[in-house]
Design a protein around this ligand. Sequence first.
Ligand code: PEP
Length: 256
Amino acid sequence: MNFLIVGNWKMNTIPSEGLRIVDKICLHMKSLDISVDILICPPFTHLVVCSELIRHLKSPLRIGAQNCSSESYGAFTGEISAQMLRDLDVEYIIIGHSERRTIFNETNDTIVKKCIQALDAGIIPIVCIGESLQQRDEGQTLAIIKSQIHAICSNEIIVHHEFAHAIIFAYEPIWAIGTGIAAKPEQAEEVHIYIRTLLQEYFPEFYLTIPILYGGSVNEANAKEFFSKKDINGALVGGASLKAESFIEIAKAAYR
Ligand code: PEP
């Protein structure tokens, strides 16, 4: 499987700034190997202009969203459905980011619903899972991961969905997100191996090809070491994805 490098811009940049970043990434990508897939997830307001620019530049850069509604349509003021995003050429949606879980009180149930919405719309869900510092200190990491994976993978609709094989998981220890304190690559790999083992139970036919990304303070300096681990198939990058040069350096670190 190709490495996947995902940029999560969060609620940063205005569209004109976003376009400048896209322009630079696309320029750098011309000289890059196609064995690494690169995806940006800008705010909703940027999706149309960014995908127009990517199309205009004929770039292989992919575009995703950071969230979607758990509902498909109707009286849900302020919500954006997966179908609406699909119509904008969005190919991926980040679901269950820890900021959504903690700040916006998203539960595993909400995340399951969003995941189904994405799959039904033909969009690849990137499902984020991970433990807090307190949970790690209490030795709860693997139990938390198990319950988050179970919530998604034991759902009958998801497990039998025709696009279930497309789901991507991102292990993002909450204590490593935006803190500058990344997990040690060995710590991340231990959890990734565990995730792979869990996935084998639910998806015995394709568990080996499900990408498992690492996220949490990935930067140009530490990326290569993460990518040297067998079960780390790419990265979900926050802060460092807002600088095209840094983001591209992270992508380059994924070359074998
Ligand atoms: C993220 O937002 O998913 C993330 C990993 O952020 P950062 O790279 O800034 O830690």
